[in-house]
Design a protein around this ligand. Structure first.
Ligand code: COA
Length: 415
């Protein structure tokens, strides 16, 4: 079976993380992604957080798999012409520069539409229209302005940003959905359109349940939050430590070895339907007869005490053993897995979620493969391209330039 997006060509003007996440997903699905980079420099992440001198960083290699790289400066005369030809030859332009950068290259949306009315033009920006629309934004700025930081962290302590890149990668994934919708719509309309995704909006979308809670707060305390019943609620959704965001109480509890292993913990959700099994497994059958414990309503005001009791039991066991005991009892739970453990996890290697890739300059490295699995359209992971590795090939085979034209462009510093 062919790849899902075979035949779709992407003009990839992305850099850093949000945009590259988007185009990497499109590339995994088989789109021909042509990454345009500044001659001599390339995407800044090639050189950031390097672990090996003079070799493309893992930051870059893990976000740019399955793409082709062409060096091109659209701000030169020859480069401008080549860029126009690329617009004509591609289906989708994806970019995440500061607002106005593509316009300043001489390619406002009107000009792009003139060159290729079927072109879909997709952008990530920090903010949508409004007071901050011109601002430059990185991951943590989006987490702070999108509602994630104000609702993450320990109770009464500073706001915390999460390690999950919900601002960058989260927005890139949203943008993929917009591009695919626009591609489908183009089948009917014959026309391309603008697709825009602001990082603040994407983070807020991912924090949807907290806006739910903001509105619930107007009608009384949030009973599943650890602040209930003894703490105070203000007029905005507070940080809730590790409390579950859903209707079933959950918390992180210590497991055997926590004194020395920072990841010897497990998340346990005391789902009402499975509570009896949990109580029996930990030797607390007495709870099931006791009106102080045997209903969700009775447990609600003392969740901290309940989790203290559960922890006394989990502390006697390895986190994976706790999971093995609780899973058959339908108790939802998950050990805190370190990146080391995930990198070594056999089942993730087998499913292609963690992949080992060979790179001509750095050798073998691990990357996260496509987490979205299609039954008939396999997605393999190819190493990231070297800077300008495919410049000549693309100018010749995609745009039809001859050797003289390529040499002239090179002389001008356009490629
Ligand atoms: C990420 C970000 C903060 C980085 O800012 P930055 O390093 O100052 O880079 P900018 O995007 O402002 O600008 C890039 C410049 O390089 C130029 N450039 C990019 N590719 C080029 C190329 N191939 N040839 C020549 N010039 C190029 C652009 O034209 C622009 O120049 P200009 O400002 O004179 O018009 C900014 O791009 C941004 O806010 N992006 C939108 C939000 C986003 O995606 N953030 C998350 C990133 S993970």
């Amino acid at each position: 079976m062919g790849k899902a997006l075979e035949g779709v060509r992407i003009l990839d003007m992305t850099h850093v993380q949000s945009g590259p996440t988007c185009t990497q997903i499109l590339a995994w699905f088989g789109a021909d992604v042509i990454k345009v980079e500044r001659p001599g420099a390339g995407d800044a992440t090639r050189g950031q957080l390097r672990d090996i001198p003079d070799v493309d960083s893992l930051y870059f290699t893990m976000l740019n798999a399955n793409k082709r790289s062409v060096t091109l400066n659209p701000k030169t005369e020859a480069g401008n012409k080549i860029f126009a030809k690329l617009i004509e030859a591609c289906d989708v332009l994806v970019e995440n520069f500061a607002p106005g950068a593509i316009d300043r290259m001489g390619f406002p949306w009107e000009k792009i539409q003139e060159l290729n009315p079927r072109m879909i033009y997709a952008s990530v920006k920090g903010f949508g229209p409004g007071p901050f629309e011109d601002c430059k934004v990185y991951e943590n700025v989006a987490q702070c302005t999108g509602g994630a930081a104000s609702t993450t962290g320990e109770i009464d302590r500073v706001p915390i940003v999460t390690g999950a890149q919900i601002g960058d990668s989260g927005t890139g994934i949203h943008l993929v959905a917009g591009i695919l919708a626009a591609l489908l719509h183009r089948e009917k309309s014959g026309k391309g359109q603008r697709v825009e995704c602001a990082m603040q909006d994407a983070v807020l979308n991912l924090c949807r349940v907290k806006l739910r809670d903001q509105q619930r707060l107007a009608h009384g305390p949030l009973k599943e939050y650890p602040q209930y019943p003894n703490g105070k609620f203000g007029d905005a959704v507070p940080r809730a430590g590790n409390a579950s965001g859903g209707g079933q109480p959950g918390w992180i509890v210590k497991c055997k070895g926590w004194e020395t292993d920072p990841d010897a913990y497990i998340y346990v959700i005391t789902q009402a339907a499975a509570f009896a099994g949990l109580a029996k497994a930990m030797g607390r059958e007495d709870w099931l007869e006791d009106p102080e414990w045997n209903t969700p309503a009775a447990r609600l005001p003392k969740l901290d005490k309940m989790f203290d009791e559960i922890e006394k039991w989990t502390m006697t066991k390895d986190k994976r053993d706790v999971m093995s005991i609780l899973n058959p009892l339908n108790v939802p739970c998950g050990p805190i897995l370190s990146m080391k453990e995930l990198a070594e996890e056999e089942s993730l290697r087998e499913s292609g979620t963690i992949v080992e890739v060979d790179h001509p300059e750095r050798g073998k490295y691990l990357t996260v493969g496509n987490p979205i699995k299609l039954s008939d359209s396999p997605a393999d992971v190819q190493r990231s391209p070297l800077l300008g590795e495919h410049t000549d090939e693309i100018l010749k085979n995609v745009l039809g330039l001859d050797d003289n034209e390529i040499a002239a462009a090179r002389e001008q510093g356009a490629i």
